[in-house]
Design a protein around this ligand. Structure first.
Ligand SMILES: [Zn+2]
Length: 71
């Protein structure tokens, strides 16, 4: 089973090999809800959409370099 690194606690997180972009994974180490943002290799990001605090998510998108990904 492929693994990725939890952005919250930097521990390895097991990701289902059939996961798709946008799927959520729970980190067993810190119980953070993570979202699959990349597939090759697997890349995880914190899912903060449940916060409801009105914090802007848009800034995050710009820092990921989606242009670097080849599909
Ligand atoms: Zn974690």
């Amino acid at each position: 089973m492929p693994t990725s690194i939890c952005p919250e606690c930097s521990e390895e997180v097991y990701v289902d090999a059939e996961s798709e972009q946008g799927d959520t994974v729970i980190c067993e180490e810190c119980s953070s809800k993570l979202v699959v943002v990349g597939l090759d290799p697997f890349e995880l990001d914190l899912n903060e959409e449940s916060g409801g605090d009105g914090a802007s998510d848009d800034d995050d998108l710009n820092s990921y370099g989606y242009d670097d990904q080849n599909y």
